[in-house]
Write a protein that binds this ligand. Structure first.
Ligand SMILES: C[S@@+](CC[C@H](N)C(=O)[O-])C[C@H]1O[C@@H](n2cnc3c(N)ncnc32)[C@H](O)[C@@H]1O
Length: 266
C-alpha cells in the first residue's frame, strides 16, 4: 500500500512547502521543520509564495508564446494555480506531465489530473536524478510529443540534489531531447544576495539539522542553460521576474534567495 512508504515523522519538502504556502497537507514534523527554518530565515515564507507566483507567471508567458506541452518535475502538492490550470486558461488543449518523487504528492495527484477535457494531464512518480527513466516513461510518451516544443519546469526542484556535477548532467539530459522552440522554466535557491553573516547562519542551521537543500549561484545556473536564449530579464530573484505589479513592494531577502529564469531552446 502507498501509505506504508510514508514516514510522517520525517519532514518532507513538498509538505513543508505546502505549510509555508498556507496549504493543508502537512504533519507535525513538517510544521516543526518549517517553523525552525522560518525562525532562522523569516523571508522563507514570503519566498515560497513568491516562488509559486513566479511559476504561474512563467507558465503563462510560455503558454502565450505558443507552447502547449509541459513537463513539470518537482510538482509539489496541489496548490492554487497548478501548472495545468494556468496553461489551460491560456489554451485549453495544453498537456501537462507532472513528476515528483514524494509518495504523498502521488496520493494527492488525482487533483492534478482533473483538467480541461480538451487537454490532458498525467502524473508519474519518479526521481529527477534518473532523467532517462522520466523521458522514457510510457505515461510521458503517451501525453507529450517531443517532436514539438515542450516547456520543462524545474521550479525549486534541483536544490534538493546535492551533487553539483550530477545536477549539471541531469539538466543536460533533460534539455537534449527538447525540440527547437522549447523552454526551460527553472527556479533555485541561491546565496548570491546574502552577506557573510547570513551565509554562516544558513550553513550552521542546515549543518545542525542535516542539510536538504543546496544553494547555487546565478553563474552556475547560467552554465546549465548554455546554448539557450534567456528570456528577459534573465536570472533574477523570483519576485523580480516580470512582476505582475512592478509598483508593488517585492520581498527583499537578505539571507536567502530564490532566483528564477525562463530560457528558450533555439
Ligand atoms: C518546494 S517544492 C516545489 C513545488 C512546485 N514546483 C512549486 O514551485 O510550487 C519541491 C518539490 O520537489 C520535489 N522533489 C525533491 N527532490 C526530488 C527528486 N529528487 N525528484 C523529484 N522530485 C523531487 C519535492 O517532493 C517537492 O514536491
Amino acid at each position: 500500500m502507498e501509505h506504508t512508504r510514508i514516514d510522517t515523522s520525517v519532514p518532507h519538502p513538498a509538505r513543508r512547502y505546502s505549510y509555508w504556502l498556507g496549504g493543508k497537507d502537512h504533519f507535525a514534523a513538517d510544521r516543526a521543520s518549517g517553523d525552525a527554518i522560518a525562525a532562522a530565515f523569516p523571508a522563507v515564507v514570503e519566498l515560497a509564495r513568491a516562488n509559486r507566483a513566479f511559476l504561474g507567471r512563467a507558465v503563462r508567458h510560455v503558454a502565450e508564446a505558443g507552447v502547449r506541452q509541459f513537463l513539470d518535475i518537482g510538482t509539489g502538492l496541489p496548490a492554487p494555480d497548478n501548472t495545468h490550470e494556468v496553461a489551460q486558461q491560456v489554451a485549453a488543449e495544453s498537456r501537462v506531465v507532472y513528476v515528483d518523487n514524494d509518495p504523498i504528492v502521488m496520493m494527492h495527484a488525482q487533483a492534478l489530473l482533473v483538467g480541461d477535457p480538451r487537454g490532458r494531464t498525467a502524473y508519474l512518480e519518479a526521481d529527477v536524478r534518473e532523467p532517462r527513466l522520466i523521458l522514457e516513461h510510457q505515461a510521458l510518451r503517451d501525453t507529450l510529443d517531443f517532436s514539438r516544443p515542450v516547456a520543462l519546469l524545474l521550479v525549486t526542484t534541483l536544490h534538493f540534489v546535492h551533487d553539483d556535477e550530477q545536477v549539471a548532467q541531469i539538466v543536460r539530459e533533460l534539455i537534449a531531447p527538447l525540440a527547437p522552440g522549447s523552454f526551460v522554466v527553472l527556479s533555485h535557491g541561491t546565496m548570491d544576495f546574502s552577506n557573510a553573516e547570513g551565509i554562516a547562519a544558513y550553513e550552521r542551521m542546515f549543518a545542525a539539522r542535516g542539510t536538504d537543500v543546496r544553494a547555487r549561484s546565478r553563474a552556475t545556473i547560467a552554465g546549465w542553460l548554455e546554448g539557450l536564449e534567456l528570456v528577459e530579464p534573465g536570472i533574477v530573484p523570483v519576485a523580480d521576474w516580470r512582476p505582475a505589479d512592478p509598483a508593488a513592494r517585492r520581498p527583499v531577502s537578505p539571507d536567502l534567495g530564490i532566483v528564477g529564469v525562463v530560457a528558450r531552446k533555439p
